[in-house]
Design a protein around this ligand. Structure first.
Ligand code: ADP
Length: 424
């Protein structure tokens, strides 16, 4: 096969490349008739093509694009210089299919052979990465893309395509993969640390709580008001610590898929009222009020839903240092019930609004002002609500306050109390 003839086939391939690389499906054949019809005028065209395609060759070489052409059945292969460079061959080297396989990395030979055979048998695109030793004696990753062309009787006639050096892509890909693996391992170790630390902290907290209670009883009997006051402060701080540790434990259980739920039908109004009442008893700075109730039942874990309400209420208090009102509302539509907690505190800028549901996310400004927390309460709440097939959302304006809400699917009306009955 002369160089000019090879070039002519390369041009045919390029003319056909759009069709080749968008080809899908099997069965229909790709005829190579345009090149075949040229065969009769080969001698005449040879000189002209040779000159015509030198710029094209130069271009292909300068951009590192190898182009190959093989008559079928495989024997001698026609490669441009770039292909030869990719395989460490000199420009005048003769290439055969046996040499091609021999120069491939041994681990890539079988897959390459299979890919070629499949492409020819199924009339599908051949697209494979393999390793070679390049002209620089280094291992290179090459990506080859091609296809088979068939004659009028659907017999495979040519197998042609391109190859390009993708070593750098592979290197970056490998580097990224290693970094992801390192990050995953780091994340795993961090999760293990959180689990271990929270378990280790839980035991002493429980023990201190027990002794505090014992002392409270003693001082009550002794009528020591001041000691009781100090103990109540210790107790309050212990509760905060216990809540943080519980959140950390929940996070690690969630990561391990071990957060358990005890699902049952329950009256949502009752859980909201109970939680609000309980928190109001320990909150002197803020006043909670109920804007509306819904008289509906939902299906889920009532403790966990209570935990979400506690989180929203404590945040409402924590992030409203200069406003003392918090309003809780329950509303329904045909299929859902929504519980919302409105405060008139510092609010959240739009850029942070959706991110506050992410793990460990905290708005810097709010934590700078001394609000304690780990940035996991809303993440846990959101996970709990999603586990109940619901969703959470936030409306907020910086400096004017926030309304956090969660929506759950409705089951049915609670018997005995008409929906929207007067508030207690
Ligand atoms: P934590 O309060 O422990 O930091 P959360 O996950 O409960 O963690 O909240 C994440 C962040 O969302 C908080 O750090 C705070 O910046 C912001 N945030 C939550 N609730 C409110 C609220 N009611 N008003 C203003 N900012 C809030």
């Amino acid at each position: 096969m002369s160089d000019a003839m090879a070039q002519r086939h390369l041009v045919s391939l390029q003319m056909d490349s759009e069709q080749a690389f968008s080809f899908q499906g099997h069965g229909s054949s790709n005829h190579y008739s345009s090149s075949r019809s040229h065969d009769t005028t080969e001698q005449k065209e040879e000189g002209a093509l040779h000159t015509d395609h030198q710029p094209l060759d130069r271009l292909l070489e300068s951009i590192g694009l190898g182009v190959w052409y093989c008559g079928l059945p495989f024997g001698k292969l026609t490669w441009n210089n770039t292909c030869k460079k990719h395989f460490g061959l000199s420009p005048d080297a003769e290439v055969t299919i046996d040499l091609f396989y021999e120069l491939l990395h041994p681990d890539d030979r079988a897959a390459t052979r299979q890919a070629m055979e499949r492409s020819i048998a199924e009339n599908s695109i051949y697209d494979i990465d393999y390793r070679t030793i390049g002209i620089d004696s280094q291992v290179h990753w090459i990506r080859a893309i091609g296809r088979c062309f068939y004659d009028d009787h659907n017999r495979p006639e040519h197998f042609d395509g391109i190859m390009v050096d993708v070593t750098e892509h592979k290197r970056v890909e490998q580097m990224l993969r290693e970094q992801v693996e390192r990050l995953e391992e780091f994340e795993m170790r961090k999760d293990e640390f959180i689990t271990m630390a929270s378990h280790e902290l839980k035991t002493p907290i429980t023990s201190i709580k027990g002794y505090t209670q014992m002392l409270q009883n003693r001082f009550k009997k002794a009528g020591d008001g001041q000691a009781l006051y100090f103990l109540s402060i210790i107790n309050g701080q212990l509760n905060k610590l216990a809540n943080l540790v519980n959140d950390m434990l929940d996070i690690s259980r969630m990561q391990a898929g071990k957060l358990h739920f005890r699902d049952a039908l329950f009256d949502l109004d009752a859980v909201v009222l109970e939680t609000v009442e309980h928190l109001q008893a320990t909150t002197q700075t803020h006043e909670f009020s109920i804007g509306s109730l819904a008289n509906v039942q939902v299906f889920g874990d009532k403790e966990r839903i209570g935990q979400v309400i506690v989180n929203l209420l404590t945040n409402a208090v924590k992030y409203s240092p200069h406003a003392n009102r918090v309003i809780v509302r329950i509303s329904t539509d045909q299929e859902h019930v929504t519980v919302s907690v409105q405060d008139f505190g510092i609010g959240i800028d739009e850029e942070h609004r959706q991110k506050v549901f992410e793990r460990f996310y905290q708005v810097r400004d709010s934590t700078d002002k001394g609000a304690p927390g780990l940035g996991i309460g809303l993440y846990i709440s959101n996970q709990i609500i999603e586990r109940h097939n619901g969703w959470m959302q936030v409306e907020s304006k910086r400096g004017e306050g926030s309304t956090f809400s969660f929506t759950l699917p409705l089951i049915r009306e609670a018997p005995g109390r008409p929906q929207g009955s007067p508030l207690p």
